[in-house]
Design a binder for this molecule. Structure first.
Ligand SMILES: Cc1cc2nc3c(=O)[nH]c(=O)nc-3n(C[C@H](O)[C@H](O)[C@H](O)COP(=O)(O)O)c2cc1C
Length: 314
């Protein structure tokens, strides 16, 4: 008897083709080296690397991570060695990753975004660029770009001007109208959108009368933010035609399917990897089973199917 063909789970984000619709969230996966003993990295769509800036950053005061009910607050503060040291010491190690490797760029000026994008994208080891205009843990300046339409546009346009590689722009949920920002970023040349980065939050130690994070406030991730993220994808999917990488609290295939049915073409998995490195594998297996059981031959057939005003291209 002929073996049934498996549903096609491949996804295109601009020029970047992913074998699987799963990207590991920036800052949550290194470049995969610590997970490689536990899972086959070829089973991932790709890894989004930790965000890198023009100059080295030591990051925020400890504690930088605090657990909350169904969530994780972080205020790492974009610790990274800066683009010079990163290119010299780190990037060559990413050459043999059997999945897509996506560089993540953070900055504090439009020129920073252009400069770091150009230098990172010039490397063959880097398949695509994600623009982190939405980091909530670096004072007020980190999120300014995602929260100000003209800065979001300028940063995107500047990065677009220096690379032909796929440009994914990562949006913040900490805005009044995420769809409006999405439209502007699409018009400025983004190939895809990552929706969402963390949600601003805080936790207080009631015995010591101090915030529990060294930085006082931070970004909330994990299952606690999933409904916020699904709604953001739903709204963005009505506003733009470019593909969306939906993320925020995904731990199972059914979580991922919520994002896909809202309009995401692929999903990001960050915090879920901390509790179980097999989450990305289970998500792919579960989506495949779900499609097969319903007689679908490709993931693209169900993108946005719960969203009557889905505007994107399947
Ligand atoms: C510890 C930690 C560090 C993170 N660092 C970055 C980062 O450097 N750049 C970035 O764009 N997002 C960063 N994020 C956000 C994640 O990539 C992801 O968008 C967010 O956590 C929501 O997804 P999740 O609930 O699956 O983690 C970080 C998240 C965590 C928990």
């Amino acid at each position: 008897m002929a073996e049934a063909t498996q549903p096609d789970l491949a996804v295109a984000l601009g020029r970047l083709r992913l074998s699987w619709p799963t990207l590991m969230g920036s800052g949550c996966y290194g470049s995969g080296e610590e997970y490689a003993p536990f899972i086959d990295l070829a089973a991932l769509g790709g890894v989004v690397l930790k965000s890198v800036t023009r100059h080295p950053r030591l990051g925020n005061a400890a504690p930088r991570l605090v657990s909350t009910p169904s969530g994780l607050l972080n205020a790492i503060g974009l610790q990274n060695p800066g683009i010079d040291a990163y290119l010299e010491n780190d990037v060559a190690n990413f050459a043999d990753r059997p999945c897509a490797v996506i560089g993540s760029v953070a900055g504090f000026s439009v020129d920073d975004y252009a400069y770091v994008t150009e230098r990172l994208a010039a490397r063959d080891e880097i398949d695509a660029i994600e623009l982190n205009i939405s980091c909530p843990n670096v004072g007020t300046e980190g999120e300014t770009f995602a929260c100000d339409p003209s800065l979001a546009e300028a940063a995107t346009r500047a990065a677009r001007g220096v690379t032909d590689k796929t440009l994914i722009v990562k949006l913040s949920p900490n805005v009044t109208d995420i769809a409006a920002i999405a439209r502007i970023v699409e018009a400025a040349g983004a190939d895809a959108l990552a929706v969402i980065n963390t949600v601003r939050g805080m936790s207080i130690d009631v015995d010591r009368w101090t915030p529990r994070l060294g930085n006082a406030n931070g970004g909330l991730s994990g299952p606690a933010i999933r409904p916020v993220a699904v709604l953001a994808v739903w709204e963005v999917a009505r506003a733009v035609k470019i593909p969306i990488v939906g993320q925020g609290g995904i731990e199972t295939a059914r979580d991922a399917l919520e994002f896909i049915l809202a309009g995401a073409s692929a999903v990001g998995i960050g915090t879920g990897n901390f509790t179980d490195p097999r989450v990305p594998l289970n998500v792919v297996d579960g989506i495949r089973d779900y499609l097969a059981a319903r007689g679908h031959s490709a993931l693209s057939e169900i993108v946005g199917k719960a969203n009557p005003r889905f505007a994107g291209v399947r």
